[in-house]
Design a protein around this ligand. Structure first.
Ligand SMILES: Nc1nc2c(ncn2[C@@H]2O[C@H](COP(=O)(O)OP(=O)(O)OP(=O)(O)O)[C@@H](O)[C@H]2O)c(=O)[nH]1
Length: 335
């Protein structure tokens, strides 16, 4: 006989609420420039006991979401807000996504979660996002921003802070600054001094390979967050495009193209990431580049979705899609 209740989680008086109505959901905003190490830190946090019961909202600048596929397996729920910056086009998308998460949780449609982590795109200015929480009353009643954790790359950060208004604003609005990649960059003392001048209130912590005390995600900072700073335009000449290909690719063609691009235009190759269908490999090969840094590619066991085509997102400064495509074709014809 069918159960009289619509689902095992529902009682005779309707679905049981898993928590008291009115308790605010803590939110952690993880921001930081392109490729600084946000996803790496979040994935490590999700694997800790403190990270259990976390829903993640990922905002990406490129037209194809890569990070949500890399986070999906560890988070209780992942929402992708793609193709644009939360600060520019997707604030209403953020409001909508957060409200939907709460409604679906109360209906028992998604696992219960006790925290939300928002990963902003590397080009996002966090102030409009913070303002959304401060000014949208409904959102303010449901959520509380516990901590803004800004990730700064020890290798590329010193240079990036010099030219990127977005990177400086992410630093100024941080409650806590996590300096990553301390395993490959030298002592970050000059960087720490620079960060201190931009934001004397933030705690500064160091991380190597994603290792970070989970309390950096959960403990509100002791000092009051800096006031919102005036909105800035995005830095000039930054654009994004996606290279896709259905057929499998020879690895040397991709590797040589990227070597050449790094040699010629490394500083303008702000971020490259994606999945490649490489000849002879079963799973997708995840490729990552952050300016001149090229972490080793990693082959995953399986494709994250049914789509086995290669898709690589490029975020560049003054470097167009045609130039990259032409170079790729030229390299392939020589092999
Ligand atoms: N050596 C080293 N590599 C790191 C560290 N943290 C991250 N990486 C690498 O840096 C690359 C970028 O890391 P992500 O975590 O994807 O950076 P992100 O900030 O999420 O990137 P976007 O979302 O594209 O802005 C990846 O290849 C990581 O493996 C670190 O502490 N040390």
């Amino acid at each position: 006989m069918n159960s009289p209740f619509p689902s095992p989680s529902a009682g005779p008086f309707g679905r049981r609420l898993k928590r008291e109505r009115g308790a605010k959901v803590p939110v952690t905003i993880v921001t930081g420039f392109l490729g600084a190490g946000k996803t790496t830190l979040i994935n490590r946090f999700l694997a800790t006991p403190e990270g259990q019961g976390t829903a993640v909202v990922v905002n990406e600048f490129g037209a194809v979401g890569i990070d949500d596929a890399l986070i999906r397996e560890s988070a209780d729920e992942t929402v992708l807000l793609g193709n644009g910056c939360l600060c520019c086009i997707a604030r209403s998308d953020l409001q909508e996504a957060l409200r939907r998460l709460v409604i679906e949780r109360e209906r028992g449609e998604i696992p219960d979660f006790k925290r939300i982590v928002i990963e902003t795109s590397g080009l996002a200015d966090p102030s409009p996002i913070l303002q959304t929480f401060a000014t949208d009353r409904a959102l303010g009643d449901m959520f509380h921003v516990d901590v803004v954790l800004t990730v700064v790359d020890a290798a590329t950060g010193p240079d990036t802070l010099g030219w990127s208004a977005e990177a400086r604003k992410q630093t100024i609005l941080a409650d806590r600054l996590a300096i990553t990649k301390t395993d490959i960059a030298g002592a970050p003392e000059a960087l720490i001094a620079h960060l201190n001048t931009l934001n004397p209130n933030a705690d500064i912590v160091r991380s190597a390979n994603g290792a970070l005390d989970p309390r950096c995600f959960t403990e509100p900072a002791a000092l009051q967050r800096n006031a919102f700073v005036a909105e800035a335009e995005h830095s000039d000449g930054i654009g994004s495009f996606v290279l896709t290909e259905e057929a499998s690719l020879p690895w040397p063609a991709f590797a040589k193209t990227m070597d050449t691009l790094i040699a010629l235009r490394g500083p303008d190759l702000l971020r490259v990431k994606g999945f490649l269908n490489v000849e002879g490999c079963k799973g997708p090969v995840v490729v990552q580049f952050v300016q001149h840094l090229a972490p080793p590619p990693v082959e995953l066991d399986a494709w994250p979705d049914g789509n086995r085509s290669s898709r690589v997102v490029f975020i560049t400064r003054g470097l167009g899609e045609k130039q990259v495509r032409d170079l790729f074709a030229a390299v392939r014809s020589l092999l």
